[in-house]
Design a protein around this ligand. Sequence first.
Ligand code: SAM
Ligand code: SF4
Length: 327
Amino acid sequence: MATDLIDRFGRVHTDLRISVTDRCNFRCQYCMPAEGMEWLDRSDLLTFEEIERIARVLVETFAVKSVRLTGGEPTVRARLPVLVAKLANLGVDLSMTTNGATLAMFADDLRSAGLQRLNISLDTLDPARFLELTRRDELAKVLDGIDAAVAAGFSPVKINAVLMRGINDDEVLRFLRMGRERGVTVRFIEFMPLDAQGEWSADRVISHDEILEQASTEFDFEPIARGTSPAERFAYTDGGGEFGIIASVSEPFCESCDRIRLTAEGQVRNCLFALEHVDLRQLLRGGGTDEEIARAVAGEVDRKWAGHAIGQVHFLRPSKSMSQLGG
Ligand code: SAM
Ligand code: SF4
């Protein structure tokens, strides 16, 4: 009988985010520096067998219900569908966050292997801006990837756009039109202080009020009951689908956070902004038992703090960038 994976504030953790690699085919300005990233050696990465074992222990011991693959860019890890098939066997809600650039090639294989849901990150629909933001000229590939995901039967396909003042804050309507045309759900995400260049400031965050103001100049919509979802959801009144806002900075959802993170090198982190971690790779490779893995994860979750404290004097940035933590 599984027990709850619970922290000292009583939050139950059921959502496991697994970063399968720290590498990426993009270099998004807000996520990693253009040059100078030091990649993990292959031998430092958890193997598929190690990832599967950790996930299995957490599913069996603590009833973890959802697993999301992320990175770095998960699709740059060779033979990813093999890992997807192993995790799909655990009977969890299995999803992935990707930059979408290789989905035209991999969407069908991932779907056949058992991946259920896809979030695609895309921050601008302007090719020149896309090149500047991601340092790659691949907007057309991402748009093809979105269509390939829909054609492969992923439903809903969600597009996550991080809005930043002075960079892409004039694209709300463009994104909403694109979502309606392509049959995907657009979600706007607030810019967080995990950018590799340390250029984040509170005045660059586009608040949900500003997004709704722009959206209402063209569309009629009404709020949908949110439940425990971090996204505020809005349905178009003409039946044209929905869009969402994830206000992680201005309206943090830490109080109901149910996530734990496993990094590509096997660290368990209890928060994106955690300053500490427990090293499961060392435990696994040193012959640790399933019970020891479960105990180590439970200890890390127990230490979780109440919230991320962005904007408060005692807030400290973690030393890792978003690409190393998994978003
Ligand atoms: N490469 C994949 C992708 O881009 O979807 C997965 C990893 S990426 C680190 C996960 C998510 O983190 C993406 O949606 C990305 O937009 C988001 N992200 C990265 N840096 C961010 C920041 N400083 N603030 C908010 N979101 C950020
Ligand atoms: Fe790569 Fe995703 Fe980070 Fe962009 S946001 S650099 S695609 S890991």
